[in-house]
Design a protein around this ligand. Structure first.
Ligand code: FE2
Length: 289
């Protein structure tokens, strides 16, 4: 998830000022299409219906996303061995493979929509930041794959009632690492999950905040890991989802200590800032400033 939900169990003090949230009006053709999408008589927008059909036709491991008319699972036979053998060869799976992973692990269409849409936005932000840089040492394909997969562990936190377990949310990174490792993906990719929370979690953070994680450092090390972690801070999967400015996130993260503010400041200097006003308008989502 985005930055607001990523930084652990601590809550703001009672008097802490909350960032001001403004709703950016939906503008442009995309926003108009979105409005029209939600007026279809089936109760699902055209894109959602399309995705539902794709989910049904592709199937997922362990979770029945839809059923055929006879009540049996509509999922086709699935070769886990072949899938793992294929993924093991991928250091940077393409967008289609990452999407297939989401579809396989999402417990519901709603969860898929929330997590995958956010992941696509994180990639868009990271891509914008990459495009603004002159040095091109960063592995673009790896950033894309990391962006699209970093939150896959969130699916494990949905209960049978469809609700997210917010108390254990901080575990989603580690859970995502486990999912990708079980899928046969390399450590290089797994680390995007376990090392993107907040601006990095240290062993001291885990112990002092009594986080439900094995005591260890969960820190972004490579430039690719840092970029995905940073891009993630500008969008949140809250209901409804929203964008955040860099100042809004800096205000938020200040409750976790000056060292976290300093770490975020360094990331801002390193990667610059995305145009979140334009992004919020494009996606028709709120912006916290
Ligand atoms: Fe995220």
């Amino acid at each position: 998830m985005g930055g607001i939900e990523d930084t652990g169990a601590r809550r703001p003090p009672p008097c802490a000022p909350l960032p001001q949230t403004t709703t950016t009006p939906r503008t442009g053709q995309r926003a108009l299409r979105r409005r029209a999408d939600h007026l279809t008589p089936q109760g699902l927008s055209a894109p959602l219906e399309h995705r539902r059909r794709r989910l049904c036709s592709r199937g997922a491991g362990g979770v029945t996303l839809c059923r055929a008319a006879d009540g049996q699972s509509a999922r086709p036979p699935y070769s886990a061995e072949r899938h793992i053998a294929t993924l093991a060869l991928m250091s940077s799976p393409a967008a289609e493979e990452t999407r297939a992973l989401h579809e396989r692990h999402a417990p519901s269409l709603e969860a898929f929509e929330a997590v995958y849409s956010h992941s696509e936005i994180v990639w868009r932000i990271a891509e914008e930041l990459l495009n603004s840089r002159n040095d091109t040492d960063i592995d673009r394909d790896l950033v894309r794959a990391g962006s699209l997969l970093h939150d896959i562990g969130v699916y494990r936190l949905y209960g049978t009632d469809g609700n997210l377990d917010h108390k254990k949310y901080v575990r989603h990174g580690l859970l995502g690492h486990e999912i990708l490792a079980a899928e046969g993906l390399p450590e290089t990719l797994c680390r995007f999950c376990s090392c993107h929370t907040g601006v990095g979690l240290t062993r001291d953070d885990v112990l002092c905040q009594q986080l439900p994680l094995p005591p260890a450092d969960y820190l972004a090390i490579t430039e690719e890991e840092k970029l995905v972690m940073y891009a993630d801070k500008f969008h949140s999967k809250t209901t409804p989802p929203k964008f955040l400015t860099a100042n809004a996130y800096a205000t938020y993260v200040s409750r976790f200590g000056h060292d976290k503010v300093d770490a975020f400041t360094l990331l801002r200097k390193t990667f610059g800032e995305p145009d979140v006003h334009a992004l919020a308008a494009f996606y028709g989502q709120a912006l916290t400033e």
